[in-house]
Design a protein around this ligand. Structure first.
Ligand code: NAD
Length: 354
């Protein structure tokens, strides 16, 4: 075994029903006293319910998915006007993303309280959108200092969003198995993430108020993001990045739809990864485990349902090709990408797509 693995410095504080107390403790430890609270309008009630004991100078709800540059500029200005000394973000990847955008230019510490399974809180990846172009980068300043996980805050996440978001986390795990910096440590985290999502998501779908299912999904979303942050973007993330940026497709749903096609394409060329994924699902073949889970939880299944036009496939394939990692286990051509996108567009059976 030979590898180099970076572990990101971050505290994880996990406890259902304890976010308020855990936040208070972490803010005191940080010595912060002028807080900016970021949450979208929809999540502001949740945010207020856990920050009552904190000195919040600025409650900020101008949250937009994929962080348009003008939204980031306004938020940075507001933070400067109030001389805040720390940011608390409560919400999904969009709220976390805005906090990261402020941290990128100010170095302000972020404490993230996630309410979806997107996992942005555990990565040093930032994203900003200008017009139709989404730019991402890696900067240690944007990595939240502390994550406070409280599964009770996710009980209100509607089942269809929980399913899509959970499959977004699963995509981090699966893609980590063959991403450019895949190593035995991130593979172990990814495998545990798959196992925990496969156990937790069906419980969430059967009963959205099943705290144990929610905890398993939230725990897995952290593992998935750590695995992804360390392994880097593989074929799956490169495809979804182009689709999300150029065609404004919804983030989690796009990941949820594309994943089985990437697994069906790469799996046979990456037998060790496929074996680990299958073992985590408890099935003989990786694709069977994924498809069984997707069926059980009613996963999104076709890009055409999310606004992707069939005639955009050739152009999208051309745009994705240069981004495909040279280390992908299977060589990728434009024709392969067109076939993959075409199958994902229509929701064809991934087992027979290649
Ligand atoms: P999101 O934050 O926009 O949330 C999705 C929807 O769920 C929103 O309508 C939100 O209001 C709602 N919601 C969130 N929590 C809720 C709750 N507890 N109850 C009810 N409704 C709730 O979307 P997301 O999928 O969490 O994140 C997507 C964004 O995160 C994208 O911009 C993506 O690029 C980014 N992202 C970044 C990274 C990274 O490492 N930088 C990783 C994953 C995702």
């Amino acid at each position: 075994m030979r590898f180099v693995h970076d572990t990101l410095p971050q505290r994880v504080s996990f406890g259902s029903g304890e976010a308020a107390a855990r936040l208070e403790h972490e803010i005191a430890t940080l010595g912060a006293g002028r807080l900016m609270l970021i949450a979208s309008k929809r999540e502001m009630d949740i945010a207020d319910s856990i920050t009552g004991n904190l000195r919040v100078l600025l409650r900020y709800d101008d949250v937009v998915m994929h962080v348009p540059v003008e939204v980031a500029a306004r938020a940075r200005e507001a933070a400067a006007q109030h001389s805040v000394d720390a940011i608390v973000s409560v919400g999904g990847g969009s709220a976390t993303g805005l906090a990261k955008a402020i941290a990128l230019t100010t170095g302000l510490p972020v404490i993230a309280v996630p309410t979806t399974y997107a996992g942005s809180e555990a990565t040093a990846v930032w994203g900003l959108t200008e017009g139709n172009r989404k730019t991402t980068g890696i900067d240690p300043r944007v990595l939240p200092k502390v994550i406070v996980y409280d599964a009770t805050l996710t009980l209100t996440l509607p089942v269809p969003i929980s399913v899509a978001s959970g499959l977004n986390a699963l995509a981090h795990c699966v893609d980590a198995m063959w991403a450019p910096s895949a190593d035995p440590i991130n593979a172990a985290l990814a495998a545990e993430g798959i196992r925990s999502l496969a156990a937790g998501l069906p419980k969430v779908v059967t009963d959205p108020f099943d705290l144990n299912g929610r905890e398993m999904a939230l725990y897995a979303s952290y593992l998935s993001a750590v695995a992804f942050a360390s392994a880097g973007s593989g074929l799956h993330h490169k495809i979804c990045h182009v689709l999300g940026g150029a065609y404004n497709l919804p983030h989690a749903q796009t990941h949820a739809v594309v994943l089985p096609y990437v697994l069906a394409f790469n799996g046979p060329a990456a037998p060790e990864a496929a074996h680990r994924i299958a073992a985590a699902f408890g099935t003989n073949r990786a694709i069977d485990g994924l498809e069984d889970l997707r069926r059980e939880i009613g996963a999104p299944h076709a890009l055409r349902d999310y606004g992707f036009a069939e005639d955009a496939i050739p152009e999208a394939a051309e745009a994705i090709l240069p981004a495909v990692p040279p280390s992908n286990p299977r060589p990728v051509t434009v024709a392969d990408l067109e076939r993959l996108l075409s199958a994902a567009w229509s929701g064809a059976d991934p087992k027979t797509a290649f």
